[in-house]
Design a protein around this ligand. Sequence first.
Ligand SMILES: C[S@@+](CC[C@H](N)C(=O)[O-])C[C@H]1O[C@@H](n2cnc3c(N)ncnc32)[C@H](O)[C@@H]1O
Length: 228
Amino acid sequence: MEANFWHKCWERNTLGFHQVEYHPLLERVVLPELLKDECSTKQHVGVWPNKRVLVPLSGKSDDMIWFAEYANVVGSELSKIACQDFFKEKQLNIQPKRDGDFFVYRHENISLWQGDFFSLTTDLIGEFDWIYDRAALIALPETMQQSYVNQLKNFINPHTTLFLLTLEFPTDEMSGPPFPVDELRVSELFSDHSVTCLHAQTLLDKRFAQRVFDVSHLVEKLYLITQS
Ligand SMILES: C[S@@+](CC[C@H](N)C(=O)[O-])C[C@H]1O[C@@H](n2cnc3c(N)ncnc32)[C@H](O)[C@@H]1O
């Protein structure tokens, strides 16, 4: 998808992908994985001051608020409207600061880097313990997916865990975005990484955030990806 497509979505407020609640697998599946590293129980966890999570193609997702309870959050988002609305909806008026090609919105332990994800570097935003991809890879057509994953890999070091959410549905039943990405495709894209499917569920109501898809089946999968 070209930048213009996404700018139009934000201008027209056609945000069917935006969830009004935290993704349910964060609490059920992601949190136990985060805690594994830390030998902690949820009751005793505050923000881990040294932990950092990257949320590529973040939109104005409140999943960033969920992560901010545990770690420092860096979101990457193309749209100025998305970045402004993320904070405005929390009654925060944040003035962005320019950093090269980016505008950076900062509040407490959340930073949103407004600009092109493909231009971000570790020199600019640092390294990460976790990466959370919800509706980012699957937002991109097949022709862009490998470049996106290659850029993502620049932020995966031996200590980084990537949580990747995908959707599977028959390719010929709906044109994207979102685009279906099955297990074989995930393995191809991350062929030099270790890929584990942590969770798979058939979405019987065919609902994806604010949209209901007209497809014969819809499966959501959550993968854990690390350097092999
Ligand atoms: C399908 S939405 C998903 C947003 C978010 N992850 C969520 O779960 O709500 C994809 C988002 O990626 C953003 N985007 C697309 N291309 C981008 C790029 N090259 N750099 C940064 N953000 C981009 C779009 O503006 C849009 O907000």
